[in-house]
Design a protein. Sequence first.
Length: 99
Amino acid sequence: MYKIPKQSFTTEFKQEAVRLVEAEGKSPAQVARDLGISEQTLSNWRKASKAGKLAAGTGKAIHYARADGVIPLRAENAWLKMELEILEKATAYFAKRSQ
């Protein structure tokens, strides 16, 4: 599993993520993967939304277009780096065995 770097999101982004889970019926795990956030973060946003604490104007803002494009790419990049590391280790292991 990879670690997602600490990021800030607009309230609108958080509300949209919660809406995807609750109104459209998508699974929290799938929404979290699609948006490049952790499931726990999404869970926290859902709890805040139900408690009425996820109001407009709170939280540090990043541009929504950036969050929509760059963040999932960063998560995918981290995943691909992890896969590459595994493949490099496997290659080294099998190279030693064949000698």
